[in-house]
Design a protein around this ligand. Structure first.
Ligand SMILES: Cc1cc2nc3c(=O)[nH]c(=O)nc-3n(C[C@H](O)[C@H](O)[C@H](O)COP(=O)(O)OP(=O)(O)OC[C@H]3O[C@@H](n4cnc5c(N)ncnc54)[C@H](O)[C@@H]3O)c2cc1C
Length: 472
């Protein structure tokens, strides 16, 4: 990168917040996809004014600019696939206000999700969206990806909690959307436009979030089933009975085989599926809800039910869910993780479709996830070094997405499109809709500087940074 540009960046944020050091470029070259693309420079922002000035500079010099939170995205959203400036927002990490009277929090984008949750809970309040990455992901990243999590069955996803935003536009202007009221219908709903826009339409510099009162109590249970079909039907039966638990997580047989021996809860030898169910609310109604759930799922081949009597026992149950991700590599070294979503009643059909695809291509597919909202984490576990495996994975993915869309579902429930799913966008969206989206992007970012090459097909990466080489 030209020295002149680096000097201009240093004049905006201070020389100590501009780095071309190889170590900094490498540590900002990847996300949870494990792909790597080196930026030319890493810039740390501390204020909206700095973000605005850096975006204006990027426009003048036609440089790609990549907003970045914790870099925990699963679809390549924060990867600098065309080089340029990675703009790190983790140092804009102030909780500006928690307004208990109006049940609102105002935060900077770099606040870690769980930090806000702990702060509001100390005041008897509750911020429900709980991505499994909440201990490190940022609220800016959550809003940009439209993040979800286990509690979303009952409480909804990030978009349901965003009341207003401050955004630096691709031309460097600062705009404010929405506000601090629950109701607001003045002009277009720009807040919703930015939620889930994956850093392609603007850089979020402030977020106003809705809060709830903290539920008084919760009850957690783990139910073991003899068949995956039984568990899937139990999910449909719970929802069909109009019971909405806080969480309704499922693990399939392949997942269970991975966690046997490391799970703190004893798992029956013939267990082929697990549901982890949590309900929350007033203590008096919880026991009744648990009884209702047990009655509804009783016909579906239950082997064992464990109901936590204490917080420690609840933790033991949640440990079973938390060890899933790290245990999967027992199956094979490489994981291709997708987060399809189908209407809740279609979960059994989707599971059957996944079993057929796994059998047809002879690849292990390990499934777990948020069954209560139909969001299944599908993990194709392979050794990608095997000849022809990359092509096989491509075909498997396409069939998985086709199956989800055929059931009137979606190719992504919470991880977004990024680079990983751009080539599958037209499986779900018709050409006119894609053109409409592209028109919005082109109108707001005519120089295509803001996170270029994401969401839409055809805007290919320049070159990945392999372990062997560092492009200049
Ligand atoms: C172990 C693990 C578990 C996970 N579990 C879940 C889960 O349960 N649910 C779920 O939804 N996701 C999950 N994720 C994915 C990921 O954590 C979420 O997508 C999260 O919202 C990303 O936040 P981040 O701060 O890491 O953002 P990054 O990865 O840094 O960025 C993600 C996208 O947001 C954009 N962006 C970041 N900050 C801003 C900003 N201020 N303004 C504009 N654009 C911005 C980036 O350009 C990029 O496109 C998980 C990831 C891991 C590694």
């Amino acid at each position: 990168m030209e020295k002149k540009v680096l000097a201009e960046l240093a004049a905006i944020v201070g020389a100590e917040n501009v780095s071309t050091a190889t170590s900094d470029r490498i540590t900002h070259s990847y996300d949870a996809t494990q792909q790597r693309f080196l930026p030319q420079v890493v810039v740390y922002a501390h204020s909206t004014a700095e973000v605005s000035a850096v975006v204006q500079l990027a426009n003048r010099h036609r440089l790609p600019i990549l907003p970045r939170g914790a870099g925990s995205g699963f679809t390549g959203g924060s990867l600098p696939i065309k080089g340029g400036i990675v703009l790190v927002l983790t140092r804009m990490d102030k909780i500006i206000e928690i307004d208990s009277d109006n049940l609102i929090a105002e935060v900077e984008p770099g606040v870690v999700t769980a930090d806000l949750q702990r702060e509001v809970e100390r005041l008897g309040l509750f911020y429900p969206p709980d991505p499994a990455s909440k201990e490190f992901s940022t609220l800016g990243g959550n809003v940009a990806e439209g993040a979800g999590g286990p509690r979303c069955v009952k409480y909804g996803v990030t978009k349901d909690y965003v009341l207003g935003l401050e955004v630096v536009t691709p031309s460097g202007e600062v705009i404010r959307t929405g506000g601090r009221t629950l109701k607001n219908v003045v002009g277009y709903d720009l807040t919703r436009l930015f939620v889930g826009s994956e850093g392609t339409l603007g850089i979020i510099t402030r977020i106003i979030l809705k809060l709830l009162p903290k539920p008084a109590a919760k009850k957690t249970m783990l139910v073991q089933f003899a068949t995956i079909d039984g568990a899937a039907q139990a999910v449909s039966a719970i929802i069909g009975a109009k019971i909405i638990p806080t969480t309704l997580e499922f693990l399939d047989a392949a997942t269970i085989d991975c966690i046997r021996g490391v799970s703190r809860v004893a798992i029956a030898g013939n267990c082929r599926a697990i549901l982890i169910i949590e309900v929350d609310g007033d203590a008096e109604v919880l026991d009744r809800q648990v009884r209702e759930i047990l009655a509804v799922i009783e016909p579906f081949g239950i082997l064992d039910t464990r109901i936590a009597a204490t917080d420690a026992e609840s933790e033991e149950i949640w440990q079973v869910r938390r060890i899933v991700s790290p245990s999967l590599r027992k199956v094979n070294p490489d994981k291709f993780n997708e987060d399809i979503v189908v209407p809740r009643s279609k979960v059994p059909e989707m599971i059957r479709a996944l079993e057929k695809i796994a059998a047809r291509y002879q690849v292990p597919i390990v499934n777990f996830g948020h069954a209560g909202d139909g969001n299944i984490h599908v993990n194709v576990m392979v050794d990608i070094r095997q000849p022809g495996m990359a092509e096989t994975v491509d075909k498997v993915m396409e069939e998985i997405f086709q199956a989800a869309v055929a059931l009137r579902g979606s190719i992504s429930g919470e991880h977004g499109i990024g680079t990983a799913k751009a080539k599958y966008l037209d499986l779900e969206l018709d050409p006119a809709t894609i053109t409409y989206m592209r028109t919005i992007k082109a109108a707001l970012d005519p120089n295509n500087i803001l996170n270029p090459g994401k969401i839409f097909r055809g805007d290919q990466p320049i070159s990945p940074a392999g372990p062997a080489g560092l492009p200049a």
